[in-house]
Ligand binder design. Structure first.
Ligand SMILES: NC(=O)c1ccc[n+]([C@@H]2O[C@H](COP(=O)([O-])OP(=O)(O)OC[C@H]3O[C@@H](n4cnc5c(N)ncnc54)[C@H](OP(=O)(O)O)[C@@H]3O)[C@@H](O)[C@H]2O)c1
Length: 389
């Protein structure tokens, strides 16, 4: 008997991860079905996707676009919703088997909580959710018996190394980082870099926010926090190593000293597909890695003096409580303002550092504390931008 198709809700179907998830669904029509698709602004692409994949429902979060989407889909058997709260409702639909959180930023927090409350397994790309509220999310998932499957390539690598080893203790994990477009550069050279330069990632094509995060190494900092929560580790058990070729996607070291790594060409479709198909591996035509094309795989220490964001993420994690939430909110403002040419590349770290210094510490935050911390940090961050502008 063949397994029933997994019906997937893709939050953020118009983004980099979302569109690649739809490629995976298109390649495996017997395994997956797009049940819900959502976008924020990109009504045109959402409509195109809805006509092609025939989901049960779509959400266009930005209400201005609702009439366009509703009208364009009037002859299709697709329900059309709008507004932030619609995300929280669609993830709870009976017909949803798996929720892929491929939206960007803090906006992922609430729908992820709602999906877990409804007992839906999560394929998690939206790392910001675990950064903001890792303790709350993972304890809720444990309470509801919900699995969180990592989509981030590094965490997928660790997860793939752990399959068959879940009973064995992890000594440490090593997250690899490409180093981004400015690897090897010092602060003096980074002062005047432009957003066009920062948006040119050497190995991956991704959405704007995660690409800037990769250039500042904040992405790796967020991933350290994500790894802590996904795999139940202490801060000391998470290391970062720069690996410019992005072939070794991350490593696990077990208590006997053995290290396992997962390798492959950089292609997000693989971790997306594995998060959707686990425990099965599905045949794919993704390009294969050939050792002979890579005579040297190299590794180096991250430069946390120049790329201070990585050090700031470790600091936030060590301080714990609401500090990772502060880090995330400050960084979201910093990246958005950098993309609008209102602050410089190095000022992104200044802004995050200031917020970490100034925001009140809450040792054991609940959901409302996270909401308030996020809101207040953004206010402080905008004050900082005004001061230097
Ligand atoms: N891209 C990668 O290769 C990659 C790799 C690892 C992890 N990730 C993580 O995956 C997540 C998504 O990244 P991405 O690169 O795919 O981002 P992206 O290309 O910018 O796409 C973001 C998606 O989220 C939607 N969205 C944005 N703001 C929203 C809001 N406030 N409410 C609801 N929906 C919203 C966007 O809709 P519109 O298109 O309508 O604006 C779009 O569909 C991020 O957390 C990122 O860190 C990405």
């Amino acid at each position: 008997m063949t397994a029933p198709k997994k019906r997937i809700a893709i939050l953020g179907s118009t983004g980099s991860i979302g569109t690649q998830a739809l490629d995976v669904i298109a390649a495996h029509p017997d395994a997956f079905e797009a049940e819900v698709l959502t976008a924020n602004h990109n009504a045109t692409l959402l409509v195109e996707q809805a006509k092609r994949f025939k989901p049960n429902a779509v959400v266009v979060v930005n209400e201005e676009h609702y009439p366009i989407v509703k009208d364009a889909l009037r002859d299709e058997p697709v329900k059309v919703y709008t507004g932030e709260s619609a995300l929280s409702s669609v993830v709870q639909m009976d017909t949803v088997d798996l929720v892929l959180t491929a939206l960007v930023g803090y906006a992922g927090l609430k729908p992820t909580i709602k999906a877990i409350e409804a007992g839906k397994p999560i394929a998690l790309a939206n790392k910001e959710t675990l950064v903001v509220a890792g303790e709350l999310i993972t304890s809720l998932a444990r309470e509801k018996g919900v699995n969180i499957f990592p989509v981030d390539s590094e965490h997928s690598a660790i997860f793939q190394c752990l399959v068959g080893e879940f009973h064995n203790k992890i000594e440490k994990v090593v997250l690899t980082a490409s180093g981004g477009p400015f690897r090897g550069k010092k602060s003096a050279e980074l002062k005047a870099v432009t957003k066009a330069q920062a948006l040119k990632h050497p190995n991956w094509t991704m959405g704007a926010k995660v690409t800037i995060d990769s250039a500042t190494l904040m992405n790796k900092g967020l991933e350290v926090i994500e790894a802590k929560w996904l795999f139940g580790l202490t801060t000391k058990q998470v290391e970062v190593i720069v690996h410019p070729q992005s072939i070794v996607h991350s490593l696990v070291q077990f208590e006997d000293g053995s290290m396992k790594a997962q390798m492959g060409l950089p292609d997000m479709r693989l971790p997306i597909q594995f998060a959707m198909s686990y425990p099965e591996r599905l045949k794919s035509d993704f390009p294969r890695f050939d050792f002979l094309n890579y005579p040297a795989l190299t590794f180096e220490k991250p430069d946390t003096e120049t790329f201070r964001n990585l050090a700031l993420a470790f600091e936030a994690l060590n301080r714990a409580g609401n500090m990772p939430c502060v880090l995330n909110a400050a960084n979201e403002v910093a990246v958005a303002e950098f993309l609008k040419d209102r602050i410089g590349f190095l000022e992104m770290s200044d802004l995050v550092e200031q917020c970490l210094e100034k925001m009140a510490f809450i040792k054991t935050p609940g959901y409302d504390d996270y909401v308030n911390t996020d809101k207040e940090t953004r206010i402080r961050a905008f004050e900082f931008v005004k001061r230097i502008g």
